[in-house]
Ligand binder design. Sequence first.
Ligand SMILES: [Zn+2]
Length: 180
Amino acid sequence: MTPACIVATDGWCTTARRVPSPNHDARPQGTAIDMAVLHNISLPPGEFGGDDIERLFTNTLDCASHPFYAGLANLRVAAHFLIRRDGELVQFVSCNERAWHAGVSRWLGRERCNDFSIGIEIEGSDYVPFNEAQYATLAALLPALRQAYPIRHLVGHNDIAPLRKTDPGPFFDWQRVRLF
Ligand SMILES: [Zn+2]
């Protein structure tokens, strides 16, 4: 039996593989964590598997190993979670901390969505469907986050940074994820 996904008071999910990232800092004091932001990512773009996403999020990516990576040098980013193609859940930052995943962003008049959101990367792209196992992991994670935080908004990166971002992209099936 798969153990239940629980986000403990320290902000770490009990069923996630932990890969701690330094790319976070403290949320502004008193901030309610009320949003989850969905992203897609693949490194190199369009290729799945491998550990380059984990390397990017832990500042250990060899930026000479692929032409695309030159543009990633000195980037300091991480989401709280990554859902890999096989559904594996990886966690980089405690949900209590502010992970650097959204960049310049705005939702319902509020700027800097990193302050009050939890970032979830889904390994994928704008060009291919996501896997059943990934939706299943998301379906377990979202209620666990809601148990731990007053999450009221579920958005895509494209919703909060529409001029810069397209993820999670046209293949993400929003009908399959629900907060409530
Ligand atoms: Zn994104």
